[in-house]
Design a protein around this ligand. Structure first.
Ligand SMILES: [Mg+2]
Length: 291
């Protein structure tokens, strides 16, 4: 009896990036701008329209919204496909783009440029701006009274534990903090299934993306989207009537998308003009509007 006795009837599972540690729309801006930089700095510049960057960006956004939360090179390929042929579909082999062989070899360089630029931007932003969502620790304390709490993240376990501690979350409030593995065969759906399998009557996953919603459905648990402080306010109200469940989940609101577009377009214009702001300067611009 011992173990089951200490278990609560219902569990709430948090995604880490987003619902616990907020990064706003930074990642979307990073993806789009890094993809642009990678094209601009390689032969793929040929497919861009410096005289009409807004058109390029509108195309790239179609690729981004088609692959929310997908692995980085899959997202990149969808965006490059938008730039080259205005088709928002990912590809496995650049030959699918119908471009000549030189470009196919050059695509490897584009990938490397993207990888470095995107990782560096994320690192700079994480250090300077990505913080626990305001009020989230209070929310955790309140929920821990009635529910078993978990974390389910796509971040590799070892890094997740470091991040968790670095941001000052209290392990005692949680029944488990679960991340992915280097092989990448543990995803959030698997973690959610495992938690559900402990025998809870009801499980809610709090995530921030469409992909998270799909993981929740795959595991047969409820879903709630939290991206900012005000979403928790609403959750704490809704939860009084039992664990809530959302069926319609969007990746970005129109307002979010227009802010993403403004930021990326500005950065694209700067880059095309030949200026090379540092990663620190770029993340500061994205988060404060000043460059
Ligand atoms: Mg997330």
């Amino acid at each position: 009896m011992g173990y089951n006795n200490s278990m609560k009837e219902k569990a709430i599972v948090f995604d880490f990036d987003g619902p616990l540690v907020g990064s706003g729309q930074d990642k979307a801006v990073h993806i789009l701008f890094s993809a642009f930089v990678a094209c601009w700095d390689t032969c793929f510049r040929k497919f861009l329209h410096p005289e009409n960057l807004e058109m390029d960006l509108d195309r790239m956004i179609k690729g981004l919204v088609n692959y929310p939360g997908a692995p980085r090179f899959q997202q990149l390929s969808a965006i490059v496909s938008c730039i080259v042929r205005d088709v928002p579909e990912a590809f496995r082999d650049p030959a699918e783009l119908g471009i000549d062989e030189n470009f196919q070899t050059e695509y490897q360089r584009l990938k490397e440029r993207y990888n470095h630029f995107y990782s560096s931007l994320n690192q700079a932003a994480a250090k300077l701006y990505w913080k626990p969502l305001e009020g989230v620790k209070q929310v955790i304390e309140e929920l821990a009274e009635d529910y078993d709490l978990y974390v389910a993240s796509g971040i590799i376990q070892e890094i997740l534990e470091k991040d968790f501690e670095h941001h000052g979350f209290d392990k005692k409030m949680f029944s488990g903090v679960f991340g992915s593995n280097p092989e990448g065969d543990i995803d959030k759906a698997k973690i959610l299934e495992r938690i559900k399998g402990k025998g809870y009557r009801d499980v809610l996953f709090i995530g921030d993306s469409k992909k998270d919603f799909e993981y929740a459905r795959k595991a047969g648990v409820k879903f709630y989207r939290v991206k900012e402080k005000k979403d928790y306010k609403k959750l704490m109200k809704d939860i009084k009537n039992g664990l809530p469940d959302q069926d319609e989940v969007y990746e970005f609101t129109d307002q979010e998308l227009s802010r993403i577009k403004d930021r990326v377009l500005f950065l694209m214009k700067i880059y095309v003009s030949g200026k090379k702001p540092s990663f620190h300067e770029i993340t500061t611009y994205i988060n404060t509007g000043n460059l």
